[in-house]
Ligand binder design. Sequence first.
Ligand code: CA
Length: 356
Amino acid sequence: MILQKLSRIAFVLVLATASSSLVAQETFTIRLAETWGPNSPILGETPRNMAAMAEKMSGGRLKFRIDSSNKHKAPFGIFDLVKGGQYDMGHTASYYYKGSIPNAMYFTTVPFGMIAQEQYAWFYHGGGMELMEKVYRPHGLLSFPGGNTGNQMGGWFRDEIESVDDLDGLKMRTPGFAGEVMSELGVAVTNIPPGELYSALEKGTIDALEWVGPALDFNMGFHQIAKYYYSGWQEPGAEVQFLINKKTWDKLPAELQEILRVSMRTAAYDMYTQSTHESGVAWDRMKEDYPDVTHKTFPPEVIEALREATNKLLAEEAEKDELAREIINSQRDYLKQVRQWTNISDKAYLNSISGE
Ligand code: CA
């Protein structure tokens, strides 16, 4: 009887403790700035997907306020906004910040580098995450993979590229490291904001441009002006990123950190599959609706010249900076190993059944 009574009291106590700890649980509102404009397909859907998952998994303890570039006015300033604490998080691409933090560039994509699945393997199993932390920690930031576009197209060209000479004097929009490689071959490289690309191509301010791939290119209308659509070499698997201010991260209890980490990782994977899906749909439609759009690959001579210029620039970067050297070597060594597997699996499979 006494025991029964005691256990009932204990039960009531447990209940009381549980409910009071529920009441005491803190909620956090995370302010996130994205590079993308409002309603940006795929890219802009990714941080919202992440936020929705994290809110639900945390039972509302994590909340998000997401600002697009029209609000914060700094599409290529996300790094500074999160570093300075104006925002807790960002969704952007590491290579936009090569001016202020050159070693960030390697975590998006590298010309002639890894394709998406190889790069994810490098991030999670080949030391990529640790190197990324090494680059971002001194800035009080954490960076996480934020979604992959898959293999990007080489771009839209008004005229065919038949030799290296055809690149000389060509006016082209192509950002990042690829732009520097193109410059080596005489291309007049510009980086024009996405919203002005169509008119720049139409007016002849540029002769060619690269954006992403069918999923995101189709809506931009470039195919109405430039008919040659080249496969790429410059962004074999572009990974965008989530940035987090370390102070915000440290304020979160361990379980919310884990919810955020899982939400980011899942949203990144979702973006990769969505990109694959939507590029398939868009390319199918483009071929149907615009039969004069011609798919091309660059001639071997052009690819070789681009590869040589890439290697030369990478060697220069590795020479200049110790951490750059560590990242470049890590990616090169990892690629060398993992590509042997890709070659006898996916590549061999696709080659052996080619024609479909
Ligand atoms: Ca691109």
